[in-house]
Write a protein that binds this ligand. Structure first.
Ligand code: NAP
Ligand code: F7E
Length: 365
């Protein structure tokens, strides 16, 4: 858990910055999420000063970035966290004004497609309007005249796909409240580029996963379950549609692509994808197979995990990103599944050890 947020005045932050002649200053929404954590790591490694917006929560939500945190009183600290929310326009403008970022990476979102059917209005507020609030904050403060903006657009825009593989020119047909909200964010980004000359770009990213993936997304749900079943901690895994196909890559590769998009002199829109697609069933086969298990013995069907309208097939064509940005993913499908299974086996072993010692993971009381 991080010890302090906003513990240092903007003036002190500026003097720390000046003392260290920092290369660039980035602002990240969604820094506590999967991508935000990898992006923060990447930018810190490149010498950036990184500012992240976090939500106030009654329980800890900073686990993915705890390893990056340093006491803000230490000279040379380059990661700063600020409380805020995408529903709070005034706060966004204040942060832009105080931080004056060179680059803004907008990753914050209610990012779960199935959940967006349960909370469509909230999803629209955070994902669609949240994007325009941030763009407006940049425009109103004048910070957007210089700062570059990255929008986390999604292959969910393609939804009921009109062509395969999907590329930048493929028409959109979103199939969920999440997809519809992301469509708004996509066009808002282009509109601010055209209307106000902002350096605003979309990365249309296909699914990307990692050991830091949220546990209710299908890949992580599968690798956690496989590891826990192997360790005797669980005996079944309930899933929805096993036929859906996704173009799954590794999140670490994709944040490198985000950074490259922002470094281009001209703002533009790019697909990032592996160009390979696999079904949910194939993912199960690979993950359970690595542990010597037959997935069909353990995977059961539960219609609760199905969506009212499904995206059946996603397969991306990242030719433009390869040609213009020199970007291409390094981690293969099999390597991705392996690194997720291995990470979840370590977690399962720890859980087993605690259980065998007769302990429970301690709460604060
Ligand atoms: P994620 O793990 O779900 O992280 C989402 C982040 O958004 C978290 O930091 C979350 O904070 C924050 N957030 C949620 N609601 C917020 C609000 N009202 N105000 C401020 N922050 C809020 O998502 P991800 O996988 O890293 O994805 C990053 C972005 O890329 C998202 O916009 C997602 O829609 C998009 N995207 C993802 C993929 C993918 O395959 N991963 C593909 C295409 C596009 P808490 O930690 O407090 O919940
Ligand atoms: O589902 C099927 C499900 O929730 C993948 C987000 O990052 O990527 C992600 O959205 C597939 C779907 O990811 C279960 O029906 C079967 O066909 O892991 P997911 P997603 O919906 O593709 C896009 C690019 C984003 O932008 C999003 O933010 O798996 N599936 N059974 C299941 N999915 C889940 N979650 N749980 C199941 O039990």
């Amino acid at each position: 858990m991080l010890l302090g947020v906003d513990g240092v005045s903007p003036k002190r932050q500026r003097s720390i910055r000046n003392a260290w002649m920092i290369m660039k200053r980035a602002f990240i929404t969604g820094i506590t999420g999967q991508d935000g954590s990898y992006l923060a790591e990447l930018l810190l490694a490149k010498g950036y000063e990184v500012h992240g917006m976090i939500r106030r929560s009654s329980s800890f939500n900073t686990q993915r970035i705890d390893h990056l945190y340093q006491d803000p009183h230490i000279l040379g600290t380059r990661l700063f966290l600020h409380y805020g929310d995408l529903s709070d326009a005034g706060r966004l403008a204040k942060m832009m004004y105080e931080i004056t970022p060179d680059e803004v990476y907008h990753l914050g979102a209610q990012s779960h497609v199935r959940v967006s059917f349960d909370v469509p209005e909230y999803t629209g507020d955070v994902v669609a309007l949240g994007t325009i609030r941030l763009l407006e904050a940049l425009r109103e403060t004048g910070i957007g005249k210089k700062a570059r903006f990255y929008q986390a657009s999604s292959s969910e825009l393609y939804g009921k796909v009109r062509e395969t593989p999907q590329r930048e020119t493929t028409p959109f047909h979103p199939r969920s409240p999440y997809g519809v909200a992301k469509l708004y964010g996509y066009w808002a980004t282009i509109n601010y580029r055209e209307a106000y000359g902002m350096h605003a770009s979309n990365g249309i990213l296909f699914n990307h996963e990692s050991p830091r993936r949220g546990p209710t997304f299908v890949t992580r749900k599968i690798t956690m379950a496989a590891a826990r079943i192997k360790s005797g901690l669980q005996n079944a895994l309930y899933l929805g549609n096993l036929e859906a196909k996704r173009d799954w890559g590794y999140a670490g590769d994709y944040v490198e692509g985000m950074w490259r998009i922002v470094q281009r002199d001209e703002p533009d829109d790019y697909v990032l994808a592996t160009g390979e697609t696999h079904s949910v069933g194939e993912f199960c086969e690979e993950a359970f197979g690595l542990l010597g298990l037959d997935w069909r013995e353990f995977v059961k069907h539960d219609p609760r995990y199905e969506r009212p309208s499904e995206v059946d097939l996603l397969l991306g064509d990242a030719t433009k990103a390869r040609r213009v940005l020199g970007w291409q993913p390094k981690v293969t499908f099999k390597e991705l599944v392996r690194l997720m299974v291995e990470a979840d086996m370590r977690v399962a072993r720890q859980e087993l050890a605690v259980q065998q010692a007769g302990g429970v993971l301690e709460n604060a009381e």
